[in-house]
Design a binder for this molecule. Sequence first.
Ligand code: ATP
Ligand code: MG
Length: 451
Amino acid sequence: MLKRIVNFFDTKTLTSKPLVVDANTYGINPASMSKDAIKVVRTLQKAGYEAYIVGGSVRDLLLGIHPKDFDVATDAQPAEVKSLFRRSRIIGRRFQIVHVQLSRELIEVTTFRSNEQSNGTTVASRSTQMQQNESGMLTRDNVFGSINEDAQRRDLTVNALYYNPTDNTIHDFTNGLEDIQNRIIRMIGVPDARYREDPVRILRVIRFTAKLGFKIEPSTAKPIAKLANNLSHVSPPRLFDETLKLFMSGKGSVTLSLLRNYSVFGALIPQADRLMNNGKSNAKQLIEQAFINTDLRISSNQRVTPAFIYAALLWPEVERLSNQLQEKGNSATYALSKAASEAISRQIVITAIPKRFTIPMREIWDLQLQLPRRGGQRAKRLLEHSRFRAAYDFILLREQAGEDLNGMGEWWTQYQESDEEQKQAMSDAAGKISGKKRPRRNSRKKKVIED
Ligand code: ATP
Ligand code: MG
């Protein structure tokens, strides 16, 4: 503990020295890194700047994980970086970075930044470069600083390691190496202030905990539940992107339980969280199963779409609203459409799901009403529907989650595997059954799928 406190204050001073280690000790050498990232570092160094490979790629290589992308940090300012690379452009306003394209890969180059406000020392002359709103959130963050300051403004100790390919060294300002060894997720600085500055850091803590299978250090974990509602200050498009990183990471199940255990899920998808908590419907089973299935698909390199996962997340609420509307005498089709609009409009003010996903979500839901009707030429036509496959997977998901759909999933599985003649026989038989058993249109208490 004492060591931690000493280190904490030590790393706050600009003169403190990082721990510099030979990367060979960790089995890392320039050949482990992307050639393009190394070229970017060398070009910057040759021009007289400091430059390092930093962030997730160093962390992942230390853990034997294949890095997703490579980030470079430098003391060159964005315009100076841009002038060194032909195919490069400055992007972002809140946080300017330079995208450099050499061959195939895009390398993100960030200039060392300072984060003085979270240390409690606001520098007036810098206020136009760095802005905070009433809740302590950083709305602009372009104050350049030293490498040490840059390490302090990063989120997690494990994300603040700097690799220099020229002498094959790792520079550690925040005890990140030790935390990697002990498998600990620790926020740099004062967690409460760091979450207030950027509530997305809450999601990053959860995401990396799930991805790496680490433990969250107690003082990093403590403020999360209290500050989760600050996520409402984050712009809905950014929050939508962050939910995709959480849900489609291949570790969706672990992520979901972490989000729920730390009381964060309700700030992201409140309509799902409420029903998962009240235990009245099978919302919990359905949503948990959706994440299990998504993880399995990712691990077997099958395609996953945000539309499917969001369709599952909102389905219990859509069903609930739809049932309510039917009880008031509306048709199943009308009720479902109204319920879908309602659930989507409540969600998109939190996470801005683009239309290219809400449209297929509605189609998947709509097909839940169509797939039970298989008589005549219907089954054949449904099979040709562009969203059939997702809707069929959704039927299977509902059955896996414990819903009794009269063997509908199995019927469609068989139908798809049958030849033309068998298909016709199946449709004819289904037509007779549904002809006989079809319930009255506005009968009370019926379920959506029975119409
Ligand atoms: P991955 O790319 O594997 O998801 P990463 O750690 O590289 O993980 P990026 O989002 O690419 O994550 O960010 C690069 C680096 O920038 C991080 O490692 C971290 O040091 C820093 N960073 C990113 N987002 C934040 C944030 N919200 N607050 C502070 N630092 C951040
Ligand atoms: Mg990255």
